[in-house]
Design a protein around this ligand. Sequence first.
Ligand code: GLA
Ligand code: ZN
Length: 674
Amino acid sequence: MKLFEKLWHGADYNYEQWLDRPDILAEDFRLMRLTHCNVMSIGIFAWSMLEPTEGHYTFDWLDQLMDSLAENGLSAILATPSAAPPAWLSQKYPETRRVNEHGIRQPHRRRQNFCYSSPIYREKIVALNTRLAERYQHHPALVLWHVSNEYVATQCHCDLCYQGFRAWLQRRYGDLDTLNRAWWSTFWSHRFTDWSQIEPVDPSMHSLMLDWQRFTSDQALDFFLAESAPLRQITPNIPITTNFMQPDVGLNYWNFALHVDVACWDSYPRWHQTDDLQTAMQTAFYHDLHRSYKQGQPFLLMESTPSVTNWQGISRLKKPGMHKLSSLQAVAHGANSVQYFQWRQSRGGEEKFHGAVVSHLASTDTRVFQDVQALGSTLEKLAPVTETTIQAPVALIYDFENEWALNHAQLPRSIGKNYQETCRQHYRPFWQQGIAVDIINAEADFNGYRLVIAPMLYMFTPGLAERIEAYVKGGGTFVTTYLSGLVNQSDLVFLNGYPPALRRTLGLYAEEMDTLTDHQLGQLRACPENPLNLNGDYEFHHYAELVHPETAQVLATYHSEFYAGYPVLTANSYGSGQAYFIAARTENRFLTDFYTYLTKCMGIENPLRQPLPAGLSMQVRANESQRFAFIMNFTDHAISMEIGQGWQDTLTGLQSTSSITVPPYDVVIVGQVL
Ligand code: GLA
Ligand code: ZN
């Protein structure tokens, strides 16, 4: 089945909250047509309305909803309702409720509050999902399954989860001797002599806690697979997704990505609170990550707010233009949809003051409604964009398990390790130049990228150093930094320095690391006549590694502290490629200059081959026959840019002049036949 003939526009629609207001429900469909919506996500929190008492199912309202969607030309993204169990279930089957670290079973409350290991919970949701799939398998509205909602790695300490964890460890290590060795558990007398002694409650045992994180992620995935099984079986032609979030919820989404047909995520940037360019860059990074989960296939923006949230402490109204800009930023980075939480504001419950397309005022004469309406008609004009993708010449490794391991590590400076933020600091220069970047994990295939960047890649799983070596030997360019290549997959430190393949590739070894306090700054200086033409002085802070070059060439050195003169930037020619090492955490200006010179030397440019003025960002979606450039302005002043000849304004159809001006908080989309 071809998923996208048009860009999807829609929202989470909680029809079941309004069953006693047929007038409102009828109005909803009229408003959906007015806003050019073509899809709704439904049934996400509907378990208590679908199975009000055990084994007694009530699908009549969902039948009506599915039919009404189809009659009104809309498609359904049908959810499985596992994210919020009904009270009868939690009451009758206490084992389905989570147990906290102190062994206390949690009450039934809120949502996403159940144990992934519980066989009863699985049995109940599989029974319901089976009925959903059987009932709607041939329904014309059904286009996609939305399995559950925003899984997180839950910290459930019940007996079932502990048994599962111990079985997981037995599969991984075989016997306790191997486990004790892998965990270095002689330290502080932590050796285990029986599997039942293992409890994941000891933050001092980093290897144990890392494995527990892997297990809790695997357990969420196992639950997802269990509840998806009837959908796969009964509706093999209906694709499946589950909505991801920003990657700080303890899940290794790469493992989930193998089992979803399309990746999607829920994006809630905090516009207008700090620097909007910074927020835009961060959001771009997340969009690129979600595009990369399925190797560049289009993803969905499953949720975003049409106006404000009510859970971020502070949420500001979007300034005029921001709704369109923020929505099309997702499309620019590879999304084939713009969807909202939520269609209609609920009257009660925790999210009654969360923004919605239709507010409590219930008027079409609101700023938000009209923004959504205008965007809907824009998305219709952009339908040809669905045929295009993004080809990124650069990949940045942001690896979740590496992040977990780094988070546990007790370093000479443990404050402000900032792994994710550091990855974005290396991403920013490319975003500023309009050069597309895939955000990959360390297991990904590096071939196909001209440049691979691995900031703070602390953990090296088996084979990684060899894969990097082969990539560089074969002509790739690799950049890594301080705090890389220190430990193996069990958080055991490599003896004699880096893994040998990494040492050969970088042409150096590290000896020790200085750490600075928050207010201390060091200086570094580019070496005269270095091949990148870097020049001048820069600052570093937080981390400064002291390394010894073996075959690497020194391009910049420390210029302060007792280690003045030690290398801080090196390049090693290896095979047909190059490997760069950045020994310290530097100011952004250094990274901008370094990557600007590096991409220039390598001949990597943005697809327009035009410099991007400060304040604009650009992504290009293309196929063999056409391409579209999305040029976005996240500032409050107009900015002009040269784009060259032969472009047409995609929205107006007018021929573009070679220079365009992007108004404040706006986006210009130009297209070209190739
Ligand atoms: C999440 C959830 C939604 C809703 C929104 C509010 O993304 O998936 O159910 O709570 O947040 O922003
Ligand atoms: Zn449990």
